[in-house]
Ligand binder design. Sequence first.
Ligand SMILES: [Zn+2]
Length: 317
Amino acid sequence: MKTAIGLDLGGSFIKYGRLDQAGRIISQGQVDSGGEKGRDEVLKRMAGAVAGLLEGTAPGEVAGIGIGTPGLVDNRGSVFLAPNLPEWDNLPLAEIFKKKFHLPVVVENDVNSFTWGEFKFGAGKPFRDIIAITLGTGLGGGVVVNGKLLRGGEYSAVELGHQIINYRGPICGCGKPGCVESYVGAARIAARARRLLKGNPDSPILKLAGGDPKKITPKIISAAYRQGDPVAARVWQETGFYVGVMLANLVNIFNPEAIIIGGGVAQAGEPLFAAIAASIEKHSFPILTTRLKLLPASLGAESGLKAAAALVFYPPE
Ligand SMILES: [Zn+2]
């Protein structure tokens, strides 16, 4: 049996594991990324995790190392511009691990990796053309066309969150006006709730946030929704509308069979998904949505590891 080593690198943690060809986890662990101590410390901790996972494996058993990382990744597996990790720029990540462990190494941007993982092991498995998005602090996503991960010419990022849906809109974190992320990021969702609360003092949202409007989160809005709060319903309706506008553009371009939605904010579930579906239908060509499926991501909390294993067993070209 061949196995793969997966590393899922985040701003705060490194998750690591060894997985089989079906994406099942054989062993796993997690360490602080140690980013505050600098780039070499992060690399040291990643290498330590790999060494630990390799211990006791038979020669030739491990097929390779897959790494999902924040930032842009070029076609040689080097990383650029990852804002939450120190000096994670112009870093030949694949080269470093190849030299150290003499194994094939596949490095991919974390959201592309998520997309590939869902395509190979998750909700995207039955299809050849999918779009996957993650809704959380920001909006990320990836596109699979005819079974191939869309990677562009040199860098593998598909910056779905920075599609401009209103060129006169609010300035996004990236400095440009009206990106979809500036309408649907977690902070914007909380701001939307605060605005709607002004005319609706009876909503349970504020109480659930302990009376502090700054503590409103998507999770709290969902809790209010379950209590039947119309303000919470309105928040998800508006948020889903904007996500749907962005996806409608993609549906018209790519004609996907399925759109897969993951990330913390996607936990809002039914009201958000229904609003997204309605908005896609309203804003895209009707014939392209008749068979389109809108599905929740299915790989769960360990999706980063499963995706990293998918990179090894099915390297995206
Ligand atoms: Zn932007």
